[in-house]
Ligand binder design. Structure first.
Ligand SMILES: NC(=O)c1ccc[n+]([C@@H]2O[C@H](COP(=O)([O-])OP(=O)(O)OC[C@H]3O[C@@H](n4cnc5c(N)ncnc54)[C@H](O)[C@@H]3O)[C@@H](O)[C@H]2O)c1
Ligand SMILES: [Zn+2]
Ligand SMILES: [Zn+2]
Length: 339
């Protein structure tokens, strides 16, 4: 079978490997149907993901069909449509004991620390697969993983009905956060520099979009919130300066959610943190968000609505990566289609 491998930084190739077979009692063989291309796949490709090791079969946004199940599999059957929960963990460390396996000491992310789903078939343990409604299109369900990132950020930010939320950045992650924040019942403000991305945020339900390149985000947020600031600020731009702005624009008793991997420091004064008694929290991958997201997909409350803009066949994967990289103004989410 074919798989997409990054053998080392800046090289991408389609390799031929044996089709995997069931090894453990809880294993499930999945025929891959769709894989989303994510910013972190691009980082692995370019050698700029500090967590990845090589050679690596990429792909962590994966949807497929169950082809075979081992004898110990209880909740999945042949023919089920599934999405992959891309984390595996030890179950014993402090994070795992606290119900936060997404930051397990021994965390292994499918497609980052171990080979992922950009291949024709994959074997995964049952607990890493979630069945979705078969009526839904593959293009719709493959977005489950990025939606869980949004769900996690909204959960970490304690977003509740009636709250005001500022999401910095209208990239695919910003849009996934937006959808989850609207479902939670918040009023959502967003920022970006790119007009097309801002337009899409509006189409996707943002209450107000601020052009951070031409307007003062601070003035606009204070105006929109009657001087209060946003109750939760979620940074989906992830620059040192946007972290600083988040602390500045969050309201009293508010929450700031950090999603970035940038190692450069931000300058954070203590006073606003103490004075407003804000909570600054990280959000990494997801904990227990797949169930919620799959339910929202199944009942039609969460839809892609234009989030997927490009589809490429497996053989055109190089073209896909190059196109995604060169056209951030055109591409929201691109998929590799396996047929
Ligand atoms: N913590 C996690 O689990 C997790 C998961 C996925 C992605 N991420 C991170 O989330 C971030 C967003 O991901 P994405 O795929 O949407 O990225 P992206 O690059 O597609 O989107 C970022 C957006 O921010 C905009 N932007 C740039 N500078 C800005 C500024 N000063 N003010 C306002 N907008 C600005 C860009 O125009 C772009 O639309 C990335 O840094 C990524 O590494 C974190
Ligand atoms: Zn992703
Ligand atoms: Zn652990």
């Amino acid at each position: 079978m074919k798989a997409v491998q990054v053998p080392y930084a800046n090289e991408l190739k389609i390799i031929e490997i044996p089709k995997p077979s069931l090894q453990n009692a809880d294993d499930v063989l999945v025929k891959v149907k769709r894989v989303g291309i994510c910013g972190s796949d691009m980082h692995i490709y370019h050698g700029t993901n500090p967590l990845a090791t090589y050679p690596r079969i990429v792909g962590h946004e994966v949807a497929g069909e169950v082809i075979e199940v081992a004898e110990g599999v209880n909740n999945l059957k042949v023919g089920d449509h599934v999405v992959v929960e891309p984390i595996s963990y030890c179950g014993e460390c402090y994070a795992c004991r606290k119900g936060r396996p997404n930051v397990c000491e021994k965390l292994s992310v499918f497609g980052v620390h171990e080979d992922g789903g950009m291949r024709e078939y994959a074997v995964l343990p049952e607990k890493q697969l979630h069945a979705v409604n078969k009526e839904l299109s593959w293009d719709e369900v493959v977005l489950a993983e990025p939606y869980t990132i949004g769900a996690q950020a909204v959960w970490r930010g304690n977003v509740e009905k009636g709250d005001t939320v500022l999401i910095q950045g209208c990239g695919p992650i910003g849009i996934c956060i937006l959808k989850m924040a609207k479902i939670a019942g918040a009023t959502v403000y967003m920022t970006d520099l790119d007009e097309k991305r801002m337009d899409f945020a509006k189409e996707s339900g943002a209450d107000h979009v601020i052009d951070a390149g031409n307007e003062s985000v601070k003035d606009r947020i204070l105006e929109l919130t009657d001087g209060e600031g946003a109750n939760t600020v979620i940074d989906a731009v992830c620059l040192p300066s946007t972290v600083e702005l988040s602390i500045e624009l969050v309201s009293v008793a508010g929450n700031v959610v950090i999603l970035g991997f940038d190692e450069r420091p931000s300058a954070l004064p203590q006073l606003p943190i103490t004075k407003k008694e804000i909570t600054i929290t990280g959000s990494r991958l997801q904990t227990d968000q797949f169930g919620k997201v799959v339910e929202l997909l199944n009942n039609g409350k969460l839809k892609s609505d234009g989030l997927i803009t490009h589809r490429f066949s497996l053989n055109d994967v190089q073209e896909a990566f190059t196109f995604v990289e060169k056209n951030p103004d055109k591409v929201r989410k691109a998929l590799i289609v396996f047929e």
